[in-house]
Design a protein around this ligand. Sequence first.
Ligand SMILES: NC(=O)c1ccc[n+]([C@@H]2O[C@H](COP(=O)([O-])OP(=O)(O)OC[C@H]3O[C@@H](n4cnc5c(N)ncnc54)[C@H](O)[C@@H]3O)[C@@H](O)[C@H]2O)c1
Length: 261
Amino acid sequence: MSGSDLFSLEGRVALIPGGGGAIGGAMAVAFAQAGAKVAIADVTLERSEAVAESVRAVGGEALALAVDATQESECERIVAETIARFGKVDVLVNAIGGGAGRVLYDAEVYPRDAWDWIMELNVRSTLLATQAAVRAMIAAGHGGAVLNISSVRADLGINAGYSAYVAAKGAISSLTRQWATEWAKHGIRVNAIRPTFVDTPQVAMLLDDPAFKAGVVSRIPLGRVGGTEDLVGPAVFLCSDAARFVTGQVLGIDGGLTATQ
Ligand SMILES: NC(=O)c1ccc[n+]([C@@H]2O[C@H](COP(=O)([O-])OP(=O)(O)OC[C@H]3O[C@@H](n4cnc5c(N)ncnc54)[C@H](O)[C@@H]3O)[C@@H](O)[C@H]2O)c1
């Protein structure tokens, strides 16, 4: 296998819950460009279909699905629909999550409903989608790759009301290591990426504040926040044969931020 073939996803099928979002959408297009067939599952068919169109525009094959990934039966359905269309699921990219900037409260009064919402959005959706996809991978016996999206906030506190989000992303990083340990015997690798701020609509209200953004950028050695295009290379790598001996890793994509801490 040549060096470039190692990074190919030719013949693979990737399911991307949250694929209608900023980061998930960029992953869907990049995974298709690397050769994968892509199933995109988001809250509405319209959101998924918009990204499916972008995948088709680069010559890829895409299936658009609607899902509420906080429901177990819904996650089982999107896995079944992906298999019905493409024959299997090799790769799961958990791209649902976020919400931190919408529920910022001091830690000592962090409200239970905001806490539960962040945990559902980030942890429950990742848990249920992963269980459904991995059960199918185990049953098919062909192995696979799971990619989670954690955050530098799993490891770094921030003095800005982030209690629930740091807990949720801490759980995602821990589950990445736990699942990698449990599912290695099935040939299933589990890794995560751990970005700092990525310039997406989710964090626009924070990054639109020049003082806040300047503070963030001043702590990042490479001198800027991330873009979705910064995440796709590491994501393709972790889901490809180039990373076939890599599992249980949480890869920082942070312009050097955590190297300075
Ligand atoms: N943007 C950043 O700065 C940043 C930084 C680090 C980590 N992350 C993480 O990256 C991931 C993606 O972030 P993003 O900026 O692309 O967010 P986004 O909101 O653009 O994408 C998330 C997608 O998930 C979908 N979704 C939400 N709940 C769902 C449900 N129950 N069922 C199905 N789909 C659902 C949304 O409709 C949306 O399309 C999140 O886990 C986020 O925490 C983002």
